[in-house]
Design a protein around this ligand. Structure first.
Ligand code: ZN
Length: 60
């Protein structure tokens, strides 16, 4: 199972931030230009209740 399709936010259609540089494909780049980045927590905001979202953090 390869996830080579651009990960977009179902709420705002923005491109989700990913850590793997391999995910930055030309198609993804076009999506970023077209839709911009997801500001994050859209699902949380849509749900209308604060959830402890797991925010991807780069581990050094
Ligand atoms: Zn979003």
């Amino acid at each position: 199972m390869s996830a080579d399709q651009p990960a977009t936010c179902p709420a705002c259609q923005g491109v989700l931030v990913v850590l793997r540089t391999s995910a930055y494909t030309p198609e993804r780049a076009r999506l970023i230009v077209a839709n911009g980045f997801c500001k994050g927590r859209c699902a949380e905001l849509e749900a209308g209740e604060p959830t402890r979202a797991i925010i991807p953090v780069a581990v050094s």
